[in-house]
Write a protein that binds this ligand. Structure first.
Ligand code: CUA
Length: 323
């Protein structure tokens, strides 16, 4: 029953957020280590159960002294030391490759874990201009990428199981993580360190693209916002400024230049809203703006449910139009 349950559990480990469905160099090594542990431990389990059955069958009063001593020293001391040493050596041998920093001319992305979202900045090779977005990382297939991880508030942990192992994001220091994606696709990441009331709602979309598609995407992200022209969206842009949204959010190419919350320059093009909590649809924008606290308890953004419905719709149209 135990084995059956384990197998069923492992069969559930598919999909875009599975360490056993690797799409990156680091995750491949971790999955390999996992399967080795499963195989060797299964053999050991069979051996131990076999010995237990053998011991249970011994006649009462039989005294297999010498054999018992051998079994205790061999099976209880030497065998575990041997197996654990092999595990440790194998595990340690994988680490240098996982932690090896990418070359300085590789793509650098600074990711900051904040309560409860991800600030993502693509750093230019000259160290000059920076493109900022939020809650979404796009990566070129087959290229090493250097992630620089930190946090301005509490400890978070960056974890995209399909790509590589997790790494803590510690206030006051920059941790480096190298990624190399090996399969095109959309993967999910989570915060893996308890960081407050909305910890479980701090999710991340990671999109692995072909190098050409990635270059086109990055160029488009570098452009200022294409502000939608319809009357309703124009009204939304006015409200965005007038109601104070621009004090916290930046929309490049407009007067909005707040630094507190996520950059919304191309928010309409992202895969989700509120760090993976809502789909990217006008109705979801409306729900988020009107009821932030219901969608994400503890969130720092105040709810704007006091605005009339038509204003909320105008804001939603404006933001959705920022492709
Ligand atoms: Cu951030 Cu948990």
């Amino acid at each position: 029953a135990f084995l059956g349950a384990s197998v069923l559990g492992i069969m559930g480990c598919e999909g875009p957020q599975s360490a056993l469905n690797p799409a990156g160099r680091g995750a491949e090594q971790i999955a390999q280590l996992f399967w080795w542990l499963v195989a060797v431990n299964t053999l050991i389990w069979i051996l131990v159960v076999g010995l237990a059955v053998y011991a249970a069958q011994l006649r009462p009063g039989a005294h297999p002294h010498r054999r018992a001593k051998l079994l205790i020293i061999g099976g209880g001391v030497i065998f575990p030391i041997l197996v654990l040493t092999i595990y440790l050596t194998y595990g340690l041998s994988l680490m240098p490759a996982l932690l090896k920093p990418a070359d300085s001319d590789d793509l650098q992305i600074a990711v900051s874990g904040e309560q409860w979202w991800w600030r993502v900045r693509y750093l230019s090779s000259s160290g000059g201009e920076v493109i900022e977005l939020a809650n979404e990382i796009r990566l070129p297939l087959g290229e090493s990428v250097n992630l620089l991880l930190d946090s301005p508030d509490v400890i978070h942990s960056f974890w995209v199981p399909s790509l590589t192992g997790k790494m803590d994001m510690i206030p006051g220091r920059i941790s480096r993580l190298t990624l190399k994606a090996t399969k095109v696709g959309v993967y999910h990441g989570v915060c893996a360190e308890y960081c407050g009331s909305a910890h479980a709602l701090m999710k991340l979309d990671v999109v692995v693209m072909t190098p050409d598609a990635f270059a086109a995407w990055l160029a488009a992200q570098g452009q200022p916002a294409a502000v939608p022209q319809q009357a309703l969206a124009a009204r939304g842009q006015e409200l965005f400024q007038f109601e104070g949204c621009s004090a916290c959010h930046t929309i490049r190419g407009t007067a909005a230049d707040g630094q507190v919350g996520p950059d919304l320059t191309h928010v309409g093009s992202r895969l989700s809203l509120g760090a993976g909590t809502l789909p990217n649809k006008p109705a979801a924008f409306l729900r988020w703006i009107a009821h932030t606290e219901k969608v994400k308890p503890g969130v720092h953004m105040p709810a704007f449910g006091m605005l009339p419905e038509k204003d909320l719709r105008a804001l939603a149209m404006f933001l959705e139009g920022l492709q």
